[in-house]
Write a protein that binds this ligand. Structure first.
Ligand SMILES: Nc1ncnc2c1ncn2[C@@H]1O[C@H](COP(=O)(O)OP(=O)(O)O)[C@@H](O)[C@H]1O
Ligand SMILES: [Mg+2]
Length: 314
């Protein structure tokens, strides 16, 4: 549904995004994750036809964002970082107004407004002026205006930014309910957001893609460059030196000193080494006792920090 190919945007000499390539399948909710300044907004502005790329291509439903921008705009709902809301309009009046701008059929506009007010939980504030609304409700109005033309594709730029925890939960479940029928790209610099709402995650840092995968696979992928907790009964010094000698081990340290010389050790294996299998033979050969061995799961947050810091070193 969305195809982005070698997309690059330069702001003068400054980097915006660099050689970004990804696709989004129909009905998918894709998380676009990256720290501030990573290039999330830049990418979204190009996909939504707000700004041309320096080079590369982007297509929505087969239409080029540059050559067929009208066709693309028809199919897209966009919630920008800050929505231009008219504070002196009542909610349904504003939505009708935006619907008109977006070319929604006059005969259908009332029912569309009703529909998005239902979908976004806005019926309780139908009489209010936008200026009177809380930040959470304004964000719902922002979402409603993005949905007014019943778009196949929704592009949401940091939809939960500045909301309180209760409002965040409400907006997230709203967005989650939008998947399936619509294709959604959602940007965020908050990690739990992607694991909660998205089927697939793209991590972007300093204008480049660092990883594309499901939240589960990203976790699994980094577990292979693993850390294990290993509980061994044996003389501490010798355990440290023998385990440290294993080729695939990059680090070993005492995690917890137990009674009777049974310690928990943190053993870190080299990346992609599948080193978990190398440790048992040493323990057997030394005639120590093995009480426990388990990989430590990494949260997406750890992965993110890791990916981002690794990227910086290169
Ligand atoms: N209008 C602009 N002029 C110059 N540089 C810009 C402009 N907009 C964004 N940038 C730069 O492009 C990079 C990516 O920004 P942006 O896409 O806004 O990131 P994000 O949305 O992930 O925070 C940043 O280094 C930012 O400073
Ligand atoms: Mg941004």
């Amino acid at each position: 549904m969305i195809e982005v190919e070698n997309l690059t945007k330069k702001y003068g000499n400054a980097r915006g995004i660099n050689d970004v390539t990804f696709t989004v399948e129909k009905g998918e909710i894709l998380g676009f994750l990256g720290p501030n300044g990573a290039g999330k907004t830049t990418t979204m502005r190009i996909i939504t036809c707000f700004m041309p790329a320096t080079s590369g291509k982007a297509r929505v439903a087969g239409f080029d964002v540059f050559e067929d921008s009208l066709e693309v705009r028809k199919r897209i709902g966009y919630l920008p970082e800050s929505v231009p809301l008219y504070t002196d309009m009542q909610v349904p009046v504003y939505l009708e107004f935006v619907g008109g701008l977006k070319g929604v059929d006059r005969r259908e506009i009332k029912s569309r407004v009703g529909q998005v007010m239902d979908d976004c939980g806005l019926n309780g504030v139908a009489k209010k002026f936008i200026g009177e609304l809380s930040k959470g409700y304004r964000q719902r109005v922002g979402l409603a205006q993005a949905l007014i033309n019943d778009p196949e594709v929704l592009i949401l730029d940091e939809p939960t930014i500045g909301l309180d925890p209760k409002q965040i939960i409400e907006i997230r479940s709203l967005i989650k309910g939008l998947g399936g029928r619509r294709t959604v790209i959602l940007s965020t610099h908050i990690l739990p957001e992607v694991s909660m709402t998205c089927q697939r995650v793209i991590i972007i840092n300093e204008g480049r893609l660092v990883a594309v995968d499901t939240p589960q696979n990203l976790t699994a992928q980094l577990q292979r460059s693993q850390q294990f907790i290993v509980r061994i009964g044996g003389p501490e010094k010798e355990v440290l030196s023998e385990v440290g000698k294993i080729n695939t081990v990059s680090r070993v340290a005492v995690k917890e000193s137990g009674a009777d010389g049974i310690n928990s050790y943190l053993v870190e294996f080299k990346k992609d080494s599948d080193g978990g299998k190398d440790i048992a033979p040493v323990i057997v050969r030394k005639n120590w006792a093995l009480y426990e061995m388990r990989p430590i799961g990494m949260s997406l947050e750890d992965i993110f920090i890791k990916l981002v810091t690794e990227e910086k070193i290169h």
